[in-house]
Design a protein around this ligand. Sequence first.
Ligand code: ADP
Length: 218
Amino acid sequence: MGATAALGAARSALAQRMIQVAVKSKYFGTTQVLGEIDLTIERGETVAVIGPSGVGKSTLLRIVAGIDTSFDGKVSHPQSLAMVFQEPNLLPWRSALDNLLIAHPKLGTDRAAQMLDRVGLAEKADAFPGQLSLGQQRRLSLARAFACAPDLLIMDEPFVSLDPDLAGRMLDLTETLIAEHRPATLFVTHSRPEAERLANRVLTLQGTPAQLGPGRNE
Ligand code: ADP
């Protein structure tokens, strides 16, 4: 009994640390979008997924995040997870500070203000999203994601449609926040340089149904 309990505790400690994805198939109607996909991400590891438009990258992210549960297979990940999307998805009628506090009710005003400071928005705490530039809105969305110190961070094309200078600064900031918090990170990008810069591992999603392969074709 003691040994069984210890094994159970060790298993759950492992499950806390790792993201394990074992998808057998994912269909939309009669169309199979994803084939067999096995992926493990360790704490502190960043994995980038690249691949052609429409191949199934967002679908895979939604499955890993637990938003899409209608697939054949199993995904296990820590409870604390945060997502960053292409669109900042902010509450327009709430201040920057409130956008953090509503997303994380236990955060507290001081910690929320610190997080705003961390992304260079200290002086914008009372501003509404409509009063912020797109770059500031994206930084606010990053602050919101990292404010809960997530064990798993999922990002879907977080730097798309930003000018190269702003995309570069956002990439710097994201890199710093990941290094500080060390979540397991899974992100989708169409930019190979971006993938290679941020990720420890770059994987390609390709084929019909789609499967994961190595990022480099060698
Ligand atoms: P990617 O992120 O790689 O561009 P998606 O995961 O968004 O691709 O989509 C993969 C495929 O699944 C596409 O052919 C898309 O049209 C289809 N698809 C995505 N979501 C749905 C849905 N809710 N219903 C039906 N088909 C969908």
